[in-house]
Design a binder for this molecule. Structure first.
Ligand code: DGL
Length: 299
């Protein structure tokens, strides 16, 4: 066993429990993909909505961070990991990563269109942020890859035409969170930029555009002035996943047993576990996971 910690009494069972003895990928009800720990924020919401769902999770830490890579590289990784899940029989995928969805969602949807694979992507929650902005002035905080990508521009043109939308690249913030550090200069500079926009441009609604940032939701919430709204996409993405899962499964196939999330790490599994443990110590809700002891071959 690599690491074990006790429960903290939350609905999310927080023990990082047994390290599975086999790293063989098998069929899961849902396959979740992210560059690292960020997608656990989505997976924990799925597990919280239905703890019997069997979730497989790729943490692509060998290539982390996606945010600094070019979109072709990121799209290749999403394709590679999605294909692993599909080859093992998984038919419902969640790209729990805004950067990964921006770069790779269109091509994997096309690739698996005939294989009856359903794919849930993740995008910054700009739509609710724009709807709830009284000043029609919104900020999106995301990685440089997401901000540079066409997907975000398309989203803005689709859902926020009547709103001024500022994009903030939070360089380094996902990396701090990936190390399990929830404070520090990367978060401070995002907060400073947000506060500047709030005072200068009347931003009153903020969308978190990276799954890692769910883990600093409270830290950001605390410093935003009253009346400024903060939106995170983890729960909506989990709800959409549940809808698709409920529609697709047959009623005689309903299991009630609890299943921890099976994590496959492409980099160093012990490093991943150490980061998750640090996040948990810092007060983050971590779902129950079982981390495979050997890394997944990266290509
Ligand atoms: N979690 C990823 C996202 O949602 C980004 C982290 C990274 O840069 O790898 O955008």
């Amino acid at each position: 066993m690599l690491f074990e910690s006790g429960r903290n009494g939350n609905v999310y069972v927080t023990a990082i429990n047994s390290v599975s003895q086999q790293a063989n990928l098998r069929q899961f009800d849902v396959g979740v993909i992210d560059s690292g720990v960020g997608g656990l924020a989505v997976a924990r919401e799925i597990q919280n909505l239905d703890s019997s769902i069997q979730i497989g999770y790729f943490a692509d830490t060998a290539v982390f961070p996606y945010g600094d890579k070019n979109s072709i590289q990121v799209a290749d990784r999403i394709d590679f990991l999605a294909t692993k899940f599909v080859e093992a029989g998984t038919r419902l995928l969640v790209i729990a990563c805004n950067t990964g969805s921006s770069a790779g969602l269109t091509s994997i949807r096309r690739k698996f269109a005939r294989a009856s694979v359903q794919i849930v992507g993740m995008e910054p929650p700009l739509k609710p942020a724009a709807i709830h902005s009284r000043n029609k002035s919104v900020a999106v905080v995301a990685t440089s890859g997401t901000v540079a990508g066409q997907a975000l521009t398309n989203l803005r043109d689709r859902v926020a035409t009547d709103t001024t939308t500022k994009f903030i690249v939070a360089s380094g913030l996902a990396s701090s969170i990936e190390r399990g550090e929830l404070t520090g200069k990367d978060l401070d500079s995002v907060l400073q930029e947000l506060l500047n926009l709030i005072s200068s441009d009347g931003v009153d609604s903020v969308a978190l555009g990276c799954s890692h940032y769910s883990f600093v939701y409270e830290e950001i919430r605390e410093v935003l002035p009253d009346g400024v709204k903060l939106f995170d996409a983890a729960l909506p993405v989990a709800k959409r996943t549940l809808e698709l899962w409920t529609e697709s499964r047959s009623s005689d196939n309903v299991s009630k047993s609890f299943n921890p999330i099976s994590v496959f790490v492409t980099g160093d599994p012990a490093g991943f576990v150490a980061s998750v443990a640090r996040l948990e110590t810092a007060g983050c809700m971590i779902p129950m996971v079982s981390v495979n002891p050997v890394p997944l071959p990266i290509n």
